[in-house]
Design a protein. Structure first.
Length: 93
């Protein structure tokens, strides 16, 4: 890194913890299994309460700030992939 430039990652000096922005946290979430696991655990179907619990879990895991609308889009992509991987009725026979 050139002298006088800063890293895009901010460090909270009081706790020495990396601080990520919304886009970075969304990218981090897309690389771990929390969303895929949520879809599998709920068999590709969940209600609003389950969604709120997932959001709470994401916050408690340190992935904030994050745009939960974008998290919802990632979750829907995971759901679509999950549904494609399920056997069709023809293969159930």
């Amino acid at each position: 890194m050139k002298k006088g430039t800063t890293s895009k990652k901010n460090i909270d000096k009081s706790s020495q913890v990396l601080v990520y922005n919304k886009e970075e946290n969304l990218s981090r979430l897309s690389r771990i299994s929390i969303l895929k696991d949520f879809v599998k655990e709920n068999n590709g179907n969940w209600d609003h309460q389950k969604w709120l619990e997932l959001c709470d879990s994401i916050e408690k895991s340190g992935y904030v700030p994050v745009d939960f609308d974008q998290v919802g889009l990632l979750l829907e992509q995971e759901k679509a992939e999950f549904n494609l991987s399920k056997p069709s009725c023809d293969s159930c026979q």
